[in-house]
Every structure is written in structure tokens, then in C-alpha cells.
Design a protein. Structure first.
Length: 249
């Protein structure tokens, strides 16, 4: 087993950059995860793991090709995005999911949703309700941000997530693209079928962007108390996905 005692070691420098930089993650096609529970989930989903960084002995059997590296005391804290990191970190290869066939199935489209925790929560809920995929549009947070991964509770390894642009959406024939709105002119979500649709959820502060609103075939709203202005995007997504999953029409 390799042991690292210097904080300037290239492996530690690489791991720290994966934790902190979106562009670095995608340039190197790798991301970093925190904790034994997520490692177990990654192994179950056959995610390609490059190496595991530990400070204490790890007894679980790992594939022969996975390198285990022991770090000096306190080094995990210099890499992890957590104030109190778990017992290990591991580096994964970003999976190649291919092209998203969004002409059929039920998808959640996140329009410039910038909070990585919200995106992670939505990925976790989408996995629970067997949604066909998550689509990220515009300046949405990186799906491989450590905060997104942590909030997904392992669902990131199972749920399909794709980046899309306006051209790809406009090319879909006969697509039902449903926008969400707090406006009084929108339809109640319980009054229409949400199955086999692309359901758009907007930015936490601004809502759905004009270019996406222009291609929505209809707008829906979640009825809430008149004393409440709006729902958190993660909470709204959960309600919408439950409705889509339980739609018997």
C-alpha cells in the first residue's frame, strides 16, 4: 500500500482540485466522493473507481485494480469539502452516459438551478420515483460538485443526468414541455397528466428563463397557502415527481 506524508504530493494536489474546481473535474473526467457509504454505493453500481484515500485501515474487499493510498493524519481534512470529513475519500471516473433520448419518458429539466444541494436532493428524489432522467440547462450547478454528490445520497451513481441546450429541446418532435409557475393563470398539477413530459423547474430566485418559457406547451402550478410566496425548488420537484409517478391517466 502506498503511503503519502507530504501535502505537496501530486495525488493530494489532484484530489484537492477535484474537490474545489468544476473545470478541473471535467478536464480530467474525474470527481471525488466522501465516505464509506458512498463507496459501497459506487461499487454496487460498478462505477469506475481510480483510488481510495484513507487515514485508518479499511477492511472491505475492493477490486484489484483500485489503488488504496494511506495518508498522514489530518490530510483528509485538507482535501474534503466537509468540515469534519468521513473516514475516507475516493476518486471516480465520470461515467459516459451517451446521448439522452428525451423524445420519450419523463424528465425533470433544471433551468439555471445554482444550489448544488438542491440538485443533489432532486437527483435523489428522481431516483426514488424512477424518473427517466435529469436535464441541466444553462448555468446550473455542477452535478459532480461534492455538495451535490453528498445530497444525492448515492443516487448520483444510478440516476441519468444530462446537459442540454435550447437547440436540442426545440428539435424534439411533439414534445410535451411543461413549465412550472406560481402564476394564477397556470393549471393545477393535479388537472393534467405529467407522464411522458419534460417538466421545467426554474432558478431559485428568477424562475424559468424566457427562452424556455417560450417553448413550454403549458404551465402548471402547485396550489399552496396564500400566505406562502413559493416553495423551495427541491420541495417543488418532489411534489411534481410524486404526481408524475402516481398519474394513472
Amino acid at each position: 500500500m502506498e503511503k503519502i506524508t507530504s501535502r505537496r504530493n501530486p495525488i493530494l494536489v489532484h484530489a484537492k482540485k477535484l474537490s474545489s474546481s468544476r473545470s478541473y473535474r471535467h478536464t480530467h473526467n474525474e470527481f471525488i466522493c466522501d465516505g464509506a457509504k458512498l463507496l459501497d454505493e459506487a461499487l454496487k453500481c460498478e462505477i469506475k473507481i481510480k483510488c481510495v484515500l484513507i487515514e485508518k485501515p479499511y477492511v472491505q474487499k475492493l477490486p484489484d485494480e483500485v489503488k488504496v493510498i494511506e495518508l498522514g493524519e489530518g490530510m483528509l481534512k485538507t482535501i474534503s469539502a466537509l468540515k469534519n470529513p468521513h473516514d475516507l475519500l475516493f476518486i471516480c471516473e465520470i461515467p459516459n452516459l451517451g446521448h439522452a433520448d428525451i423524445s420519450r419518458g419523463t424528465y425533470i429539466l433544471l433551468d439555471n438551478v445554482q444550489d448544488p444541494g438542491n440538485i443533489g436532493t432532486i437527483i435523489r428524489t428522481a431516483d426514488a420515483f424512477s424518473i427517466d432522467g435529469i436535464l441541466l440547462y444553462g448555468d446550473s450547478a455542477d452535478v459532480y460538485n461534492p455538495k451535490t454528490i453528498r445530497a444525492s445520497m448515492g443516487a448520483i451513481f444510478r440516476q441519468r443526468v444530462f446537459k442540454v441546450d435550447i437547440d436540442a429541446l426545440c428539435e424534439i418532435n411533439n414534445a410535451q414541455i411543461i413549465g412550472t409557475s406560481a402564476g394564477s393563470n397556470a393549471l393545477c398539477i393535479s388537472d393534467i397528466s405529467l407522464k411522458d413530459s419534460i417538466i421545467v423547474l426554474g432558478n431559485e430566485g428568477q424562475g424559468i428563463s424566457e427562452e424556455l418559457r417560450n417553448i413550454c406547451t403549458k404551465m402548471v402550478t402547485i396550489p399552496i397557502s396564500e400566505n406562502s410566496e413559493s416553495l423551495n425548488v427541491g420541495a417543488a420537484a418532489s411534489i411534481i415527481m410524486w404526481e408524475a409517478k402516481n398519474d394513472k391517466r
